[in-house]
Ligand binder design. Sequence first.
Ligand code: URA
Length: 438
Amino acid sequence: MIPTRLIEKKRRGQELDREELESFFLGFLRGEIPDYQMAAFLMAVHFNGLSRPELESLLDLMIHSGDVLDLGAIPEPKVDKHSTGGVGDKTSLVLAPLAAELGLCVPMMSGRGLGHTAGTLDKLEAIPGFRTQLTLGEFRSILDRIGVAMIGQTEEIAPLDRRLYALRDATSTVPSVPLIAASIMSKKLAEGLDGLVLDVKTGEGAFLPNLEDSLELARTMVTLGEERAVRTTALVTDMGAPLGTAVGNGLETREAFRCLAGDGPEDLAEISATLVGEMLFLGDLAGTPEEGFQRAQEALASGRGMGRMESLVELQGGDPSVVENPSEIPGAPEVAVLEAGSSGFVGVISPTALGYGVVELGGGRLRMGDPVDLRVGFNLRVGLGDRVEPGDPVGEVHARDSVGIKRGLEILEQAVDLQEEAPLVPPSLVRHRLDVSE
Ligand code: URA
């Protein structure tokens, strides 16, 4: 195999066969293909896409670059959820214990925040003592005991994805439908699942802001999952504004625990119950997604998932008291409130501005491996469509020092736009539902 010939083929939009892809990608994993050649190839894919057979081959190579879990000994249906990444999206922390409480096994492997989107692992690590790097043996044993465990992708799972993702991040080749689909599905299909619910974000704060691209990504992933005998549905959900009111790791964990106790916010509670409803349906524990939604909604409102979350935190080395007392999660030393300078309706709350704002305050990473301050971020005090008057609180900035506060207030002011007319606020965050019949 001559690497430049394969790059050239993809650059010209020609199709590569399975052997060519295998020698190129496995060569990369073995260190024989340098990063610069893989980066050139990924950029060619970014522009020219992958044919269906190419995507299938890449997905297989990624899955089998590591171990595939066999959780067959666990009797409960094994169902997970994966989000394509958004701002303020702390759904996993609400949904995983709730779904386990309602009878599912949830073997959740999550990622870290990158760019303007935050990651579940960072949010979990805001809990004092919580360990996300468990061995597969520890992971299985916690799943056996309480039906839910939340860890980082281990060395053994889809190592080719990990190497490729780091390179895509550094070469601006993340927003590509086939590359995102292969990346997400390789990790999920290696988890040994019966069912998978995908939360595909669309709108300004999503990796793929355009609705058509989000739908294509959703369709592609549903097909890949179903072809591999994993019941898969996708919800395309709105990321035109942050989810909930908290943006920033520790603040989001606090909000997720309040939601788990039945104390909203409404959008987070709605989307969490909707996703759990889908999971129950896929796991054959509800006859329809709507029936699953009703059960999840009732369980959420009555705080039923809290005990399960406490067990999870304890078994993973953390302090379980924070579930009931979220304010014990360490906070930033400085907090300031932005007040509205004029009257109007909240027309825009830019997720991208707030997401990158957290990075600027030290709470996110621009490169994998960057250190993060889990305490910083924003707490919104207004939602889309709210009417505000001069002096009303718009939101809080949580920062390390006064420099952070000053910058945070500027970011918040730019992110929240007031307008004269009341904006049209979509009635539901769920824009589309896709399953195998689409
Ligand atoms: N999340 C992933 O796991 N992979 C991508 O490529 C994008 C989002």
